[in-house]
Design a binder for this molecule. Structure first.
Ligand code: SDX
Length: 428
């Protein structure tokens, strides 16, 4: 089978190598095309362009496959804990009991944030968007831990930064939720595991003992695992791009948080809830009208469609099943779930959506579960970031370990050609 591609340009032929991955994905390596032919390739939004090779996450959009380091997402969501998945993404293998114990103990030692950062946080306006707060505080961490700023300093310094980030993110997220409610911030408790500690800091109170509901802990673990990584999505590519300039990890993750905030990406989970509430409150639950308006391009159905999944998002399938189970166990009867299911059925039976392969994505059901667990809608994308953090860090770590070049895409210029400089009189 040919492992070369031939491009004919202006009467000349150029032979380009073909790269084949372990899952038999194939790519034409165009690294030398410009030097040989002066041509670049063009692919707006990089829809068909591989920016790197990676051994972390594999997904097949046609078959609805998602694997972290070779393990199916269905198995990980069902059988693993979030800290096991963190370890797997970072190190390539699932941890032994001892390895997991050491890893979790390291995280526990770094859950506090610098007291002066708490003072900075206190002056944030209460109504400001949680993602803006998270982005700012992530970047601020670089001011409080200067000893781990330089990513080239040593593997030990980099590993300390990784542990600090993973350990402090739940504390930051919980602080943001507490501020939103005007409640006192709770400090992390070393007696709790990672996810329970986050739930304690978020939903606990200074006035009473906290009792974690196992249903809530299990649901949170599952949600965080499902969001943990997703190969070269918008925010992960942003983290890699910033990391490729050898910027420190705090700056790279801060950039990833910024990219995730967008409503076409991680911000969609908040948009989905607001869309369902709008359908309930303003559209009188008229799902058919909503679908018709989406077909007329008058509105976007948030939580539908995906750049890669063109049959189904396996995470959405897992969440749809979990949603019924969690709401039943919590005794929550949310009319938005009925609207979501009706909307899904209406869309999936409509040729417009079928032809465009617009199926529910990870954001479609996650928001309903987050709401049932007690999170306010503006916090949803922060929860996405909490889950995605180990994925971002693993991808950044892989890029640095592979010593990849600084990212620098090319362009096709479409502006004015050279022209003389006019003096003020000559301008219109
Ligand atoms: C995430 O990449 C990742 O891996 C991301 C993510 C991760 O884990 O990191 O999976 C997380 O970001 C999930 C996606 C969350 N976003 C949303 O739910 C927002 C709504 N979805 C759309 O914005 C859109 O579907 C995208 C951005 C997700 C994907 O867009 P594509 O693949 O570029 O598709 P497109 O914009 O080219 O649309 C193709 C057609 C267009 O119609 P036509 O021009 O062909 O007539 O489908 C239409 C679009 O108008 N379309 C939609 C639609 N999404 C696409 N129409 C109605 N509702 C939608 N949601």
């Amino acid at each position: 089978m040919s492992d070369k591609a031939i491009i004919n340009l202006e009467g000349k032929s150029y032979e380009l190598p073909v790269i084949t991955g372990t899952e038999n994905e194939k790519a034409v390596d165009i690294s030398k095309l410009r030097a040989q032919s002066s041509y670049v390739t063009f692919d707006e939004g990089y829809k068909n362009t591989g920016a790197t090779t990676s051994g972390i996450t594999f997904l097949d959009g046609e078959k609805g496959i998602l694997r972290y380091r070779g393990y199916n997402i269905e198995d990980l969501a069902e059988k693993a804990s979030f800290t096991e998945v963190m370890y797997l993404l970072l190190n390539g293998e699932l941890p032994t009991t001892d390895q997991l114990g050491t890893f979790e103990n390291n995280l526990t030692q770094h859950t506090l944030v610098h007291e002066n950062l708490v003072k900075v946080f206190e002056v944030f306006p209460t109504g400001s968007h949680p993602m803006g707060q998270l982005m700012t505080m992530m970047a601020s961490l670089s001011s409080f831990y200067p000893d781990s700023l330089n990513p080239n300093k040593s593997p030990e310094a980099t590993n300390l930064t990784i542990i600090r980030l993973l350990a402090k993110m739940p504390t930051l997220a919980a602080m943001i939720q507490k501020k939103g409610k005007g409640h006192p911030v709770l400090y992390p408790q070393n007696k709790y595991d990672y996810v329970t500690n986050f739930l304690y800091m978020t939903f606990g109170n200074v006035t009473e003992e906290y009792h974690a509901d196992p249903v809530v802990v299990d649901a949170m673990n599952k949600l965080l695992i499902l969001h943990a990584d997703h190969e070269q999505n918008c925010s992960t590519s942003t983290v890699r791009m910033v990391g490729s300039s050898h910027a420190n990890l705090y700056a790279s993750i801060g950039a990833g948080i910024a990219a995730l905030w967008g409503p076409r990406h991680g911000g969609a989970n908040q948009e989905v809830l607001e869309m369902l509430e709008y359908i309930r409150d303003k559209d009188n639950g008229d799902v058919k009208k909503v679908v018709a308006e989406a077909k007329d391009k008058k509105r976007l159905l948030f939580g539908f469609g995906h750049r890669v999944y063109k049959n189904f998002d396996p995470r959405a399938n897992i969440l749809k099943k979990a949603c019924d189970n969690i709401l039943a166990k919590l005794g929550v009867n949310d009319p938005l779930l009925a609207i979501a299911k009706e909307l899904e059925q209406a869309a999936l039976s409509d040729p417009y959506f079928i032809e465009r392969k617009l199926y529910p994505n990870v954001d479609f059901y996650s928001g309903i579960i987050y709401k049932a667990l007690g999170f306010p809608t503006p916090m949803f994308t922060v929860l996405f970031a909490l889950g995605r953090l180990p994925g971002w860090i693993s991808q950044w770590k892989e890029l640095r370990e592979n010593n990849e070049d600084i990212g620098r895409p090319r362009q096709i210029y479409t502006g004015p050609v050279q022209r003389p400089f006019p003096d003020m009189k000559g301008r219109k």
